[in-house]
Design a protein around this ligand. Structure first.
Ligand SMILES: [Zn+2]
Length: 247
């Protein structure tokens, strides 16, 4: 309730906020903006009430809600993190499918009635699902760790691919590096999915995971895309990594 967050006793009154959890690094900008907006508002002392902002006079009406739904293209959908300029379309398309949970991972095949054991091809421990294989798998985390190690950021991972993409904001890396920053999740997804398929379909001898090679593939793949965006900093791989990590 708004009332409880407002401390009437301090001076002209003050916001006294309680947040339910700690913030991620990437959320700090948003929280800052939010607090700034809040500073210019004071509660009026009326009783709290629920208003529907999109409707006339704050009232919810089905017809208006319907029109909004038809018109809006779901602002919660991370289109901008998927259709990233100069990333190959097949890669963007894969991320798009993954966001919708349409990738044919073992859990989905099982749900379609196929009799299969479900074991992640990468870690060999957990069950395979799209969120596991692209975000939570210990093998995939090695790739995410490379990225966060470079920019020295700690990230509390969201649960789903969609949430990862929605919250992937590179505001702290600056405008120049943001172009390549936007491509990072796509490069990780693609690297992992290709590797997964190689392990899944070759089986046997081809089915040995070499994490070092996976890292190399990811970094080189990202570098090859970066060459399209970045100038002389990207001439060498080391130059590229240094540029990516520069504060
Ligand atoms: Zn796994």
């Amino acid at each position: 309730m708004v009332e409880e967050m407002w401390d009437q006793n301090s001076g002209h009154g003050n916001w006294n906020l309680n947040f339910l959890r700690d913030f991620n690094d990437w959320e700090l900008g948003l929280v800052g903006d939010f607090l700034q907006i809040l500073r210019s508002h004071k509660p009026s002392g009326e009783e709290d009430s629920i208003l529907w902002k999109k409707g006339r006079r704050g009232q919810f009406r089905v017809k208006e809600a319907y029109n909004l739904l038809v018109r809006s293209d779901d602002i919660g959908f991370p289109s901008r993190s998927i259709w990233v300029t100069r990333v190959p379309t097949k890669v963007c398309f894969f991320a798009w499918e993954a966001t919708w949970g349409r990738v044919l991972t073992l859990d989905r095949l099982q749900r379609r009635g196929l009799q299969l054991p479900n074991r992640c091809f990468l870690c060999g421990c957990e069950e395979e699902s799209v969120n596991h294989i692209l975000i939570h798998c210990t093998v995939v985390r090695v790739l995410w760790d490379i990225v966060f190690g470079l920019v020295d950021v700690k990230w509390v991972f969201p649960e789903t691919v969609k949430e990862v993409l929605v919250s992937w904001r590179g505001s702290f890396v600056g405008k120049e590096r943001k172009k390549i920053w936007d491509a990072i999740p796509l490069s990780i997804f693609w690297t992992v999915w290709k590797k997964r398929n190689r392990l899944a379909f070759r089986g046997g001898g081809g089915g040995v995971l070499n994490v070092q090679k996976l890292k190399n593939f990811f970094v080189c793949n990202l570098w090859s895309w970066a060459k399209l965006y970045v100038g002389e900093e990207a001439f060498s791989l080391i130059g590229f990594l240094e540029w990516l990590a520069s504060p």
